[in-house]
Design a protein around this ligand. Structure first.
Ligand code: NAG
Ligand code: NAG
Ligand code: NAG
Ligand code: NAG
Ligand code: NAG
Ligand code: NAG
Ligand code: NAG
Ligand code: NAG
Ligand code: NAG
Length: 876
């Protein structure tokens, strides 16, 4: 029986429609009460009933136990190991709800019980009847429950099985061949076989994170009742072609009780574009796609990445009413084409037709317990404040919440979105593939409206794991694993993405050789080839101050060095006995084999290691020196990538991306992050603010010559000014100036070249050991970009480096006075959240004023009390 849709509008993301015609008076979808949340207080118990407690939904077992005082802070000291039992037990969540109280009308044609996220393996019972099973944390489940509801109390039970036991059973059932890795390295103190369960892969431990295999309803639960149809997802994807210009593909995913016809008027009033379309919703879950052509006489404002322009949007509305839906216009291409002077292929992103260098980092889950994640806005703002324009949402975590992507849209952060597979082989049984297919299709539908998402990527490092044989797979068996690889990522993940979203590129893996990997049957002989695709590169023992150790890749999507978080971050999860670099706590928190030793070895290449007799000072000095080392290493590597953007040397170069590993932390521990758990910036993050600046001079030595490159994201006429300082003095020994050079937008060009010996000779009193260089770019309006520096020797060999006698006056601004050059000056206000306007800097002036932006109310007294100032010589 045909229906006529009179009106549809979005109310808080739900499409409400009213209908007329033969079924007039039928008020189903306009009934504002048709969605009822079942989130809130539930009860929770373990399998033998020894524990029974209230539990918040959304939430997880660990959070509930902690909130009710059954366990301490799971992050405290060794609690990750002490609380291992939680993930081996089975847990049941129960709630009772009364339909009359909630006003759900069960005479409606269809009543769905909707779970937005179930972590992970559970069976669901309503009033004693089994209504469904779940096995995938990354998808929504809809269960049809109309006929099971009663007018009185309804009892809903969700019984979770231990994810660890489940993974191990799935492993046993997969007897034909192993699917490695079996277990994480011992140093991670984690659980085995996480690749057999569709759950956050790092929840069984990672080399930067603890093992907390969570269980629970981690997203909302609700009832939805309707007579005609329910809207599951709306998406809008702008597409551009030079012939037809812009058009917006609008897709409605609905669940209809019966075949329903109607019409909707879509419009973007601001662009004078309007279209009335016929809808035909077949019974069941169906997708309807409509195309809204943008009036060609309209000038469409485009969304740009941070630093390249604004992020304007338009409202798409139905019948010019309702809240509407944000539509951002931008195009993205991943360009892989022959490169003059090179045997390989380029690999860069073109946004709105403009090649853009991606500057940023990698994102991991912000907490082991997703219900305790504070809004991502602070971390994302910190990314933007460090001049980043891109983040990679890494494939061992979770598909982030809607708000994360909305903030990225608003801030101009480009997102490289992995699918959640990492560092492993995966099974390809039918039920596994089926649940993955549903996951991929739901996630693409949910996220494809976001302009911030510029690429989908099938997995993290699995092509490399296969190609370079991480798991010692016998040669004779490799074809089997390759076949599984292609089945999962190419024939399923990629096929679904291509069908759902033609607006952005898809890569099968990262790192990969991209088009070249495809040529080689999707698994390249060497996925790390610098001539193709992206690269992940780590080297802890080679001297990180030597740029020759880094691959001149097309795109660096992972690279990094570890450091320790600051003392104020460790203090709440440790006790006095833990405060030494050699303590069992310090080795417990280190999940990367030999990581603590590697940091010191790398530090010792250029710095004296702290040796204070006071144990606490020695510990905090060591934390400081690891941060100095990390900041300097990642700076050197990132500057190398940025200055390689315009060059081809021996076929290599045209580097168009630098995403260091990693932005954030999941707990208080040593890791590759630039931001500590809780949001405090490490020295690296302050360095990133400079090394990702839009205009930047970069110095390096090659064959005894000092070269300085001018890098500019936007076109500039620039001149360089170089000053040499003696370590012992604050008046420059000499100053040099270059000629004016036009640096086109998005390029790096040599602006200065001189043999170091000649430079020093020309400078009179300088030697490599007594002097260092500072330099900056300027144009007619003054200095452009930050002042950078170049050490002519390791600071440990420097002559004349002295305790600078930095004194400070405090307030919300700190004024520092120094009597000599002070490297790596570090201001710390302990646990007062906030950040300095600059930190970790080289001080070459007598006075310097630094501001502090507090993230909660504080006072001058609290800040002065908390402030410490450290520079390199203070830790020797
Ligand atoms: C919505 O648009 C359709 C098609 O243009 C029209 O028939 C209908 O009356 C409109 N409804 C409202 C409430 O404006
Ligand atoms: C019930 O389970 C808890 C947690 O697994 C365990 O510590 C306890 O010993 C068990 N009690 C009984 C009576 O089996
Ligand atoms: C948890 O459930 C599994 C079956 O799903 C069972 O094998 C196991 O013994 C249960 N664990 C406990 C502690 O009851
Ligand atoms: C429930 O819906 C039916 C049909 O849609 C209607 O007749 C009835 O009045 C509704 N009851 C309540 C309590 O809203
Ligand atoms: C396009 O815009 C022009 C100028 O505002 C307007 O006259 C015309 O009706 C619009 N066309 C459509 C299809 O909306
Ligand atoms: C760690 O312990 C060893 C042996 O006691 C000692 O030599 C070393 O200096 C200590 N390192 C630090 C950083 O405290
Ligand atoms: C610490 O090391 C510095 C230089 O590395 C040295 O001059 C100093 O004597 C050492 N101090 C102690 C207490 O070992
Ligand atoms: C450090 O600087 C302060 C203020 O400039 C001065 O009063 C003090 O004497 C200096 N101390 C040393 C040891 O040089
Ligand atoms: C630096 O600070 C000192 C002490 O506050 C002051 O006397 C001096 O004038 C300042 N110098 C400059 C260049 O601002």
């Amino acid at each position: 029986m045909p229906l006529r849709v009179d009106m549809c509008m979005f109310v808080s993301g739900v499409l409400l429609c009213s209908f007329s015609g033969v079924l007039s008076g039928f008020s189903s979808v306009t009934d504002q009460q048709h969605t009822v949340s079942l989130s809130g207080k539930w009860s929770l118990s373990n399998s033998n009933g020894s524990l029974s407690l209230p539990a918040e939904v959304p939430g997880c077992v660990h959070s509930a136990l902690q909130q009710q005082g059954f366990i301490q802070d799971p992050y405290f000291r060794f609690n990750d190991v002490s609380y291992r039992w939680i993930a081996f037990d089975n847990w049941t969540y129960t709630t009772t709800f009364n339909l009359c109280v909630f006003c759900i009308n069960r005479s409606k044609q269809k009543v769905l019980l909707v779970f937005d996220g179930v972590d992970t393996v559970a069976s669901i019972q309503l009033n004693g009847v089994s209504v469904g099973k779940t096995d995938n944390m990354f998808r929504r489940y809809d269960l049809s429950v109309r006929d099971l509801l009663t007018d009185g109390d309804n009892v809903l039970k969700v019984s979770f099985s231990s994810p660890v036991l489940y993974a191990s059973e799935r492993r046993k059932a997969h007897s034909a061949y192993r699917v490695p890795p079996e277990c994480p390295p011992d140093v991670q103190k984690g659980e085995c076989h996480v690749n057999f369960i569709r759950k956050e892969q790092s929840s069984f431990s990672w080399d930067w994170g603890p093992s907390f295999p969570t269980m629970g309803l981690w997203k909302g639960v609700r009832l939805e009742a309707f007579d005609v149809l329910q809207l599951i997802q709306v998406s809008s994807v702008p597409l551009y072609s030079t012939v037809s210009q812009w058009r917006v593909q609008v897709q409605l995913l609905v669940d209809a009780v019966q075949t329903t016809n109607g019409q909707i008027t879509l419009s973007i009033p601001e662009l004078d574009s309007e279209q009335t379309v016929q809808t035909k919703f077949l019974s069941g879950k169906t997708k309807n796609s409509f195309t809204l052509h943008i009036n060609t006489s309209s000038q469409v404002k485009q969304w740009w990445p941070n630093g390249h322009g604004d992020q304007p949007f338009y409202q798409l509305t139905e019948n010019n009413s309702g809240e509407g839906f944000k539509v951002y216009f931008r195009t993205v291409e991943l360009v892989q084409e022959p490169v003059v002077g090179s045997p390989g292929l380029s690999f860069y992103f073109r946004i709105n037709g403009k090649p853009i260098f991606l500057k940023g980092s990698n994102w991991i889950p912000a907490h082991s317990f997703q219900d305790q994640v504070s809004p991502a806005v602070n971390l994302l703002q910190s990314a933007v404040d460090a001049n980043m324009n891109a983040l990679r949402v890494w494939g061992g975590g979770v598909y982030e919440q809607d708000l994360f992507y909305s903030i990225c849209d608003e801030m101009g952060i480009m997102v490289w979105q992995d699918f959640m597979f990492a560092c492993a082989m995966y099974p390809t049984e039918d039920d596994f593939i089926q649940t993955v297919r549903e996951e991929v299709s739901q996630q693409v539908q949910r996220l494809k409206s976001h302009p911030s998402v510029i690429i989908w990527s099938g997995n993290n490092e699995n092509e490399a794991a296969l190609a370079t044989d991480w798991f010692s797979i016998p040669v004779s068996q490799r074809p089997l694993y390759r076949k599984d690889y292609v089945t999962l990522y190419v024939n399923n993940v990629r096929a679904i993405v291509r069908e759902e979203d033609e607006s952005r590129p898809f890569l099968v893996s990262s790192p990969t050789n991209g088009a070249e990997s495809e040529q080689e049957g999707w698994v390249a002989a060497n996925p790390y080839d610098p001539l193709y695709g992206d690269t992940h590169f780590y080297s802890y023992f080679l001297d990180c101050w030597d740029w020759r150790t880094f691959p001149r890749t097309r795109f660096a999507s992972e690279y990094g060095f570890q450091s320790w978080p600051s003392f104020s971050t460790l203090q709440p999860v440790s006790i006095k006995a833990d405060w030494s670099y050699n303590s069992s706590f310090s080795s417990h928190r280190q999940h990367h084999e030999n990581g603590n030793q590697q940091m010191l070895l790398q530090a010792a290449l250029h710095f004296n290691l702290p040796n204070a007799t006071d144990p606490l000072k020695r510990f905090t000095d060591t934390l400081y020196i690891t941060q100095v080392t990390q900041a300097q290493c990642v700076k050197t590597q990132t500057e190398f990538y940025r200055r390689s953007q315009s060059e081809i040397i021996e076929g290599k170069g045209r580097t168009m991306g630098a995403l260091y590993w990693q932005l954030n932390d999941i707990w208080q521990a040593p890791s590759w992050s630039s931001i500590e758990f809780g949001g405090k910036w490490k020295m690296l993050h302050y360095f990133a603010q400079s090394f990702f600046a839009a205009v930047l001079p970069v110095a390096f030595e090659d064959d005894d010559a000092l070269l300085i490159y001018a890098i500019s994201d936007l076109s500039h006429d620039l001149k360089l000014r170089v000053s040499a300082y003696s370590w012992a003095d604050l008046d420059p020994v000499c100053t040099l100036k270059s000629d004016l050079l036009l640096v086109p937008g998005g390029s790096a060009a040599a602006i200065f070249k001189q043999p170091v010996a000649a430079l020093l000779a020309g400078c009179g009193r300088c030697t490599r050991l007594t002097c260092l260089l500072t330099f900056h770019l300027e144009d007619s309006s003054g200095q452009q970009g930050p002042t950078n520096h170049h050490f002519l020797s390791s600071p440990k060999d420097a002559q004349g480096l002295q305790k600078p006698n930095i004194t400070d006056a405090t307030g919300y601004t700190v004024t520092l006075h120094s009597a000599s050059v002070a490297p790596f000056v570090w201001l710390d206000v302990g646990n007062v959240p906030g950040r300095f306007s600059s930190n970790g800097f080289l001080m070459v002036s007598r006075n310097m004023t630094v501001g502090f932006e507090a993230w909660r109310p504080t006072s001058v007294a609290e800040l002065s009390r908390s402030l410490t100032v450290t520079s390199l010589a203070d830790v020797y």
